[in-house]
Design a protein around this ligand. Structure first.
Ligand code: HEM
Length: 372
């Protein structure tokens, strides 16, 4: 694919890109946001008014994804690698969409540690995690989404081949089964047979997906990071054989919802049961996943995150979920929730083996100016 290669090679001399220690503009990012849900494959498009001005990666997702964590060389080459990848990702082709996020280590390698978003660290191990060093972290995260697995693989591979000097640290392919839109939320069925997405913020309400997923002004983050998003990835292996031995009503008590998303007390999937009326957990067990995630009791704020899970299937012993979440604040989003989940019954059936913390640039506002 020579045209892609030449784009990468000319990027560092392109007048649209300025690079200096402490500040840089990456022109390549500017156009990634120009893609819309309609480009993203087989999911129905949203009305523009419902989603503007969300970057493409936060729109209802395409049915297939390839997530690739990359390591880059140190120094100026760290910047050059990012810039080259961003330029190529601008038009990944074939109706696919591409997004790029930065790991904490990228800022160190680029000599821009002082410009790092304040909460961006390497992902810590949480209670119960058994992290495989070959499946965690990465300087950059490339996410390519498409309507078919083959297309996502093909485009991701061609982008990576065209960027010299990057090394694949880990890569996972995911899919969303039965993807659909319902009441402003993107739903899909996971490999445990449950519909996911009902508890996400809607694209149509306030605070909605746009607010919770992105860094707000005045949040104490560097100015350049406002509008960006903390992207959390967790590679979660499912013990599907063990799960499948459980009767459905037992599975539903583990999740705290029925398989279609209806709550155990009959509340509609997008409503909220009054957990205070069930203090001993007779209807919804206290250690059910959804009750732990969002107990709805005073003093515990509702999670502020946009979840974007994909299933993965790399063989009978290695299948599960690529949990992906976007948030403007890690504590109010993933990290706070994950700590509350420790000890939930669902942990008997799952094992987190990898993932990372990354920072997705605000692709909708033009070139990113990463500055100290
Ligand atoms: C271990 C694998 C996981 C499975 C199988 C799973 C499954 C589910 C299901 C079926 C729901 C209900 C439908 C929905 O709202 O999407 C749900 C809700 C939720 N999950 Fe998970 N999840 C997993 C991991 C996680 C993780 C790692 C987090 C964050 C740390 C998380 C946070 C949430 C939140 C915040 C909700 C919404 C609760 C509400 O209704 O307000 N989940 N999950």
């Amino acid at each position: 694919m020579t045209p892609r290669r030449s784009a990468a090679q000319t990027s560092s001399t392109d007048p649209g890109v300025t690079t200096r220690r402490g500040a840089m503009a990456l022109a390549g990012f500017a156009a990634v946001c120009a893609m819309t849900a309609a480009d993203s494959g087989d999911e129905p498009a949203f009305e523009a008014a419902d989603v503007a001005p969300l970057p493409a990666v936060l729109l209802p997702p395409a049915s297939h994804v390839v997530l690739t964590a990359l390591d880059v060389p140190s120094g100026a080459d760290a910047v050059r690698s990012l810039d080259a990848l961003a330029r190529l990702a601008r038009e990944p082709g074939g109706g696919t969409q591409a997004a790029i996020a930065l790991g904490a280590s990228w800022f160190d390698k680029a000599g821009l540690a002082a410009a790092r978003p304040v909460a961006l660290t390497p992902m810590p191990a949480f209670v119960g995690d058994v992290l495989d060093p070959a499946l965690v972290h990465g300087d950059l995260l490339l996410q390519v989404s498409a309507g078919t697995a083959e297309l996502a693989r093909q485009v991701s591979g061609s982008l990576l081949r065209a960027v010299p000097g990057v090394r694949v640290r880990w890569e996972k392919q995911g899919f969303r089964a039965g993807g659909q839109l319902s009441e402003g939320r993107a739903l899909a069925r996971n490999l445990f047979g449950f519909m996911e997405g009902h508890g996400n913020p809607s694209y149509r309400s306030s605070p909605g997906a746009a607010e919770v997923a992105r860094v707000a002004a005045g949040s104490g983050e560097p100015r350049w990071a406002v509008g960006g998003s903390y992207q959390v990835v967790r590679i979660i292996r499912f013990a599907t054989r063990l799960w499948d031995l459980e009767p459905v009503p037992v599975q539903e008590r583990v999740m705290g919802r029925r398989r279609d998303g209806t709550w155990l007390d009959g509340t509609h999937s997008t409503g909220r049961p009054v957990f205070d009326a069930d203090p001993e957990g007779r209807i919804t067990p206290l250690d059910a996943h959804t009750r732990r995630a969002n107990p709805g009791t005073s003093g515990v704020a509702a999670p502020r995150m946009l979840r974007r899970g994909y299933s993965y299937h790399d063989g009978p012993e290695d299948q599960g979920m690529l949990f992906v979440a976007f948030q403007g604040d890690l504590e109010q989003g993933f990290a706070g929730v994950q700590r509350r989940l420790a000890g939930q019954t669902l942990d008997r059936y799952t094992l987190t083996v990898g993932g990372g913390y990354y920072f997705l640039l605000d692709l909708s506002r033009g070139p990113a100016n990463i500055a100290v």
